[in-house]
Write a new protein. Structure first.
Length: 127
C-alpha cells in the first residue's frame, strides 16, 4: 500500500505593490512543480483601475539556467464571466486554478489610472 502526503506551500507574492500611473508590476515567480491546485488571494487599497493576468512560462533560456525568457497569459475571468480587473475602489479577489501543468507561475498587474497598493498570497496544494 502506498502512502502520499499532501503538501501546502504559501508564499507572499506582492508586498505593498505600487498600483500607480501606468505601471506594470510582476509578482515574484513561484516554483509550482508537482502542484495540483493553486490559489491566489489578492487584495488592494485605493482607487486603481487596471487589469490582472496570471502568467506561466512560455519559453526558457537554453544556457542551462532554466531562466524564463517570456511569459504566457492564462485566461482568467470572474465567475460572472467578466475580465479580472481593479475597477476604481479597494477590493479583493481569489483565483482558483484546479489543474495546472506549468512549472512556475506569477501574477501581473497593469495599471491604467489612479493608484493603490497591491498585496497577494499564493497557496499551492500538491504532493
Amino acid at each position: 500500500m502506498s502512502s502520499s502526503k499532501t503538501r501546502y506551500k504559501n508564499k507572499r507574492i506582492f508586498v505593498d505593490g505600487a498600483m500607480a500611473s501606468t505601471n506594470t508590476i510582476n509578482s515574484s515567480e513561484v516554483d509550482i512543480s508537482g502542484g495540483q491546485m493553486v490559489s491566489l488571494n489578492i487584495s488592494w487599497t485605493g482607487t486603481p483601475n487596471g487589469t490582472f493576468a496570471v502568467q506561466i512560462p512560455a519559453t526558457f533560456s537554453t544556457d542551462g539556467l532554466d531562466t524564463v525568457l517570456t511569459w504566457a497569459t492564462l485566461p482568467v475571468v470572474t465567475t460572472s464571466g467578466s475580465a479580472f480587473t481593479a475597477a476604481g475602489s479597494a477590493s479583493s479577489h481569489q483565483v482558483e486554478i484546479t489543474a495546472i501543468a506549468a512549472s512556475r507561475i506569477r501574477l501581473q498587474y497593469v495599471n491604467s489610472s489612479s493608484s493603490g497598493t497591491l498585496n497577494a498570497w499564493l497557496t499551492l496544494k500538491g504532493e
